[in-house]
Design a protein around this ligand. Structure first.
Ligand code: SF4
Length: 246
């Protein structure tokens, strides 16, 4: 299915980074940040693009193409993130135009819109798919995502993970090691189910400046716990990156 979504102007662009070495391992990338998200993860650090849109100017997507034209050969790729970029009706149109400049494309999604991911993959628009792996896909995921326990989110996320496994492109999986949402048992279950063909990025929870400070709390794992999670992951996954934070 081709997403027939009209113009790239149908993309609520609220942030743009012209040059980043952090968003895509091994790439110099531009970063396109969509406004709005359908989840409310208490520990979210991108809350300005979720609940803080009133304080952010809406940007013209043409700035992406101006940069790609000026820096052709310097920018390897463009990362679409947010917020949640798959909510944007103009996403596919924007990606098609980006690819017209010869840039590779990475999509970072929370996995809640498998139909959008499937259409982008069918059309060959993605070079890398990054998925949040917040918790096992059951009520624990709902808690981590700040949605009701009977939400359809776990089923949707399962489908997106299946798509990623069979996509034949680079995959990244991102897990925030938060004591309220991921304990040893949950993590071991996640490790057993997760596609070992992707890069699994584990990151320390940073309590400062998050979406819901009361819901997220301040407790963090210590260094020994972080290493324990890394060891569990590495037993089954060849590519694991642990970011210990500050
Ligand atoms: S961390 Fe959660 S709330 Fe924040 S942008 Fe990602 S999915 Fe949305």
């Amino acid at each position: 299915m081709r997403l027939d979504d009209g113009e790239s102007a149908g993309f609520d662009l609220r942030g743009f980074i012209g040059n980043s070495l952090l968003e895509w391992e091994g790439h110099v990338s531009a970063v396109v940040i969509a406004g709005g998200c359908n989840l409310r993860c208490p520990y979210c650090h991108s809350w300005r693009y979720v609940t803080g849109l009133d304080g952010l100017e809406r940007l013209d997507p043409e700035i992406v193409f101006d940069l790609l034209a000026r820096q052709k050969g310097w920018i390897d790729g463009v990362v679409f993130t947010g917020g949640e970029p798959t909510l944007q009706p103009g996403l596919a149109a924007l990606i098609r135009r980006v690819r017209g400049y010869g840039a590779k494309v990475k999509l970072h999604t929370n996995g809640s819109r498998p139909e959008v991911v499937a259409a982008l993959l069918d059309e060959g628009l993605l070079d890398c798919l990054a998925l949040d792996c917040k918790a096992p896909p059951d009520s624990r995921l709902c808690a981590a995502a700040g949605v009701p326990a009977d939400s359809a989110l776990p089923e949707a996320v399962r489908k997106t993970f299946e798509l990623a496994r069979g996509a034949g492109i680079d995959r990244e999986y991102h897990t925030t090691l938060h004591p309220r949402f991921v304990d040893r048992e949950a993590f071991t279950a996640m490790s057993g189910e997760l596609d070992p063909g992707g890069l699994w990025i584990l990151q320390q929870y940073e309590p400062d400046d998050c979406l819901d400070p009361a819901g997220a709390g301040t407790a963090r794992y210590g260094e020994a716990d972080l290493e324990m999670f890394r060891t569990i992951a590495a037993a089954r996954h060849p590519s694991v990156l642990l970011k210990k934070g500050s």
